[in-house]
Ligand binder design. Structure first.
Ligand code: GLP
Length: 244
């Protein structure tokens, strides 16, 4: 596990964007696993700027996103499909058919999830997976539980996650109760993992990931078993750990 300390959110966003950009520059047909949440927004802004400056080209890249709320139409501004278009896809030269986000409106969870993992495998697997970190240690929408789910699946969201995401909706009642998410196994198959973490409110979760026991009760802790993980975190997020 490589841990890179950043001074603040801007610094974290730049350092992490540089890692993703280097991935695409060195392998122009990279398969990227992308993430939503507030943490990667600054990273995406840097990628857009560097694309506009001609430093990086996405014309041969393909992307798969981690997760999507179940039952939220793609034109809802809180869907992850909408988020990705607004914060990245609409601003770079990624071909329209090259981005993949789970379809939250598919009423058949098994069909939606099985075909997603199969498509990633058929494309050759993820070169790098970008991750944020939930307050309860979740990655994608893999909540604390008794085992590590392998493939993409449908989940019931934890009250703490519903609460954390309520800030984006008009009211808590509007937050979907379920989501489709890549499994821990889908994430661990990626050749590289890049996690971004910002803010003192994530310090306890990050400490558990880096230093606590590897347990499905802290889903992100599984990353300690992955051979190529880079965590770019702000100093306050690293504040509870030995890494400064
Ligand atoms: C959601 C997403 C996760 C994300 C997490 C943290 O639950 N499904 O992929 O990492 O929120 O989000 P934020 O970066 O806004 O703290």
């Amino acid at each position: 596990m490589r841990i890179i300390a950043a001074n603040d959110y801007e610094d974290m966003s730049k350092k992490a964007a540089a890692i993703l950009m280097a991935q695409v520059v060195t392998k122009p047909d990279s398969i990227l696993g992308l993430a939503t949440g507030s943490t990667p927004i600054g990273l995406y802004k840097n990628l857009i700027r560097w694309y506009e400056e001609g430093l990086v080209d996405f014309s041969r890249v393909r992307t798969w996103n981690l997760d999507e709320y179940r039952g939220l139409p793609r034109d809802n501004d809180q869907s992850y499909y909408y988020f990705m278009h607004e914060n990245l896809f609409d601003h770079i030269n990624l071909p329209k058919e090259a981005s993949h986000v789970l379809n939250g409106m598919n009423p058949d969870p098994e069909a939606e999830c099985a075909s997603y993992d199969a498509a990633i495998d058929a494309a050759g697997g993820l070169d790098i997976q970008l991750l944020g970190l939930g307050h309860d240690g979740h990655i994608a929408f893999n909540e604390p539980q008794d085992d590590f789910p392998a493939g993409t699946h449908c989940v019931d969201l934890n009250p703490i996650t519903i609460e954390a995401n309520a800030r984006f909706f008009a009211s808590r009642d509007e937050v979907p109760r379920q989501a489709y998410t890549m499994g821990i196994g889908s994430i661990m198959k990626a050749r590289r993992i890049l996690m971004v973490v910002s803010g003192a409110d994530k310090a306890q979760a990050l400490k558990q990931v880096i230093e606590g026991p590897v347990t499905p009760q802290v889903p992100g802790s599984i990353l300690r078993f992955h051979p190529d993980v880079t965590i770019v975190a702000t100093k306050d997020a690293l504040g509870a750990t030995g890494a400064k």
